[in-house]
Design a protein around this ligand. Structure first.
Ligand code: HEM
Length: 521
């Protein structure tokens, strides 16, 4: 039908002419965008070939990205640039550059990237770990640092030692329970220290729910999975939009995050007041310190700070202990040497204590070598650059996501010869050498892990108790051969070895008796 000389198309179908105009407009916009951004891009660090508009989006690896970034370091150097649909990503592959930027210029390198799925939708940006650099960040960090300083963490040694002993005895009594013993005992440490709560067992919702929150956190942080992170406007779609399942997922995660954090915090507040929670604990200490000047806003900051401590203290520690066990299975000579040191210093009359740490340089070296060999967070938690910057003549734009490739720094053969070998001897027993590893594995500048001192106690006491009381030996397969697990690990923000099947064989009857005695105290 003709009307006023115009062809009426069915609704939604564009004419070839309209399509042609749209295509030309799009191409012109693309060319202009490329031209306008060309000069800036030329002064940025090098990186792999980028496609117009989509940049390197399709090249960003989904699995073990730190290995790809390591390979790219050979081609493009220690600082490289990627473009994910206009989002600049700077990957740092050298410890020296990471220190110069993230430590020395920490005033502008301490932001966190704006994540649409994890933050805007799932609400995880309320937690310190994703807080932008600002007042709320400072408030939450203050709460944590005052309770987990070098001096303050001593108050928690007994909790850490008791959990280490329960863990080892639990594994001896039920060899199939290794992973669940590690999980429940590490969770029981962090729940007592943060909230004063005594975990009732593996099914206790006070730990099953936080573990679910952690799983959701890891899933929401996985790069390249959430279309809404690439096209942020999609977050405004109504919940019922067909195909927009991420909106429903985020809603469920958000509710779970908020209810879990309020549940444990409220329990802690009430129970610390009525004397049923163990004190000191982080929440009670901060509330006492504020002496009745608690505003609803401060209380909410404390609740999120405590929630971050809980999350920060779970998977990182579990990963480190599993990696230690894998190392002991693959490097039995190291295990024997470590046991010789413990036997000489601690003897067989008692179990090791955290206060033995200064006298056990080889055990400290073993722990450090675990952090280096399989760092729990190989790409750190990404930082964000809050101002334009120039480093050695290259331009680093404001808003860039900055990823320190800690895995590469800790496997650099020029610094750590034979990097895949587990060699505690490489530190020569020197804490100054070990510090070079922990300075990388626990993050950078103003965002460096505030749980570092506390984590050192947990990891040391579990490692020392395992070595003092047990031989960690491979399981024997159906042919009577030792089955030594390969070095394989998961991918994601926090990584875990995939196979640590083993047997914990008590070294002496006396060692087992000491564990039994400690567990009834
Ligand atoms: C082996 C154990 C641990 C490792 C390897 C580890 C490592 C890290 C790393 C790499 C970061 C990011 C730092 C950065 O962005 O530059 C971090 C942040 C954090 N960690 Fe740990 N951590 C461990 C244990 C703990 C423990 C036990 C706690 C609490 C008791 C904790 C609490 C935190 C918190 C609250 C943050 C967020 C800091 C912020 O965003 O400002 N971590 N940790």
């Amino acid at each position: 039908m003709q009307t006023s000389g115009l062809t009426l198309e069915p609704p939604g179908v564009a004419s070839p002419a309209t399509l042609a105009v749209a295509a030309v407009t799009f191409l012109t916009a693309l060319v202009l965008y490329e031209l306008f951004t060309y000069r800036k891009r030329r002064s940025m660090p090098p990186g792999p070939f980028r496609w117009p508009f989509i940049g390197n989006t399709l090249q960003i690896p989904q699995v073990h990205p730190w290995l790809t970034y390591s390979r790219w370091a050979q081609v493009y150097g220690d600082i490289l640039h990627l473009d994910a649909l206009g989002q600049h990503i700077i990957v740092i592959n050298s410890a020296k550059i990471a220190r110069e930027l993230l430590d020395k210029r920490s005033a502008i390198y301490s932001g966190r990237p704006h994540l649409v799925m994890a933050g805007d939708l799932a609400g995880q940006d309320r937690l310190l770990i994703l807080q932008p650099y600002g007042d709320e960040f400072r408030q939450q960090r203050r709460f944590i640092s005052q309770d987990l300083s070098v001096a303050a963490v001593r108050r928690y040694y007994d909790i850490q030692e008791a959990a280490a002993r329960r863990l080892v005895l639990g594994v001896i009594n039920d060899p199939g329970s290794l992973e669940s013993q590690i999980k429940v005992n590490i969770a029981s440490i962090i729940m007592l220290v943060t909230y004063g709560y005594t975990v009732k067992g593996t099914d206790d919702p006070f730990i099953t729910r936080p573990f679910e929150v952690m799983d959701n956190f890891n899933a929401s942080m996985t790069p390249g999975v959430w279309i809404v992170d690439m096209i942020p406007q999609l977050k405004y779609l109504p919940l019922w939009t067909p195909g927009a399942t991420f909106l429903k997922t985020a809603k469920v995660w958000r509710k779970h995050l908020f209810t879990t954090n309020w549940m444990v915090y409220s329990w802690s507040k009430e129970s610390s007041e009525n004397g049923t929670a163990r004190v000191p604990n982080l929440c009670a200490s901060v509330l006492t310190e504020m002496e009745g000047k608690v505003t609803p806003q401060l209380e909410e900051s404390l609740m999120w700070a405590a929630g971050t401590v809980l999350g920060g203290g779970l998977d990182t520690n579990i990963s480190t202990i599993l990696s230690f066990i894998l190392a002991m299975l693959r490097f039995p000579d190291v295990q024997r040497k470590a046991q010789v040191e413990i036997d000489a210093v601690v003897g067989s009359e008692r179990l090791p204590e955290i206060s033995d740490r200064p006298s056990l340089p080889y055990i400290r070296s073993v722990v450090t070598e675990v952090y280096r060999w399989l760092p729990a967070i190989p790409l750190c938690i990404p930082h964000a650059l809050t101002e334009d910057d120039v480093y050695n003549g290259v331009f680093l734009p404001k808003g860039s996501v900055v990823m320190p490739n800690v895995w590469h720094m800790l496997h650099d053969p020029t610094i750590y010869p034979d990097p895949d070998a587990f060699k505690p001897e490489r530190y020569g027993g020197l804490d100054s050498e070990m510090k070079k590893v922990t300075d990388l594995a626990f993050g950078f500048g103003r965002r460096a892990c505030p749980g570092y001192q506390f984590a050192q106690g947990t990891i040391f006491t579990i490692v020392a108790t395992m070595l003092a009381t047990c031989d960690i030996v491979p399981v024997v397969d159906e042919h009577g051969q030792n089955s030594i697990p390969d070095v394989g690990y998961t991918t994601g923000t926090i990584i875990f070895p995939v196979d640590v099947k083993c047997t914990f064989r008590p070294r002496t009857e006396q060692a087992r008796a000491a564990l039994v005695e400690a567990s009834v105290l």
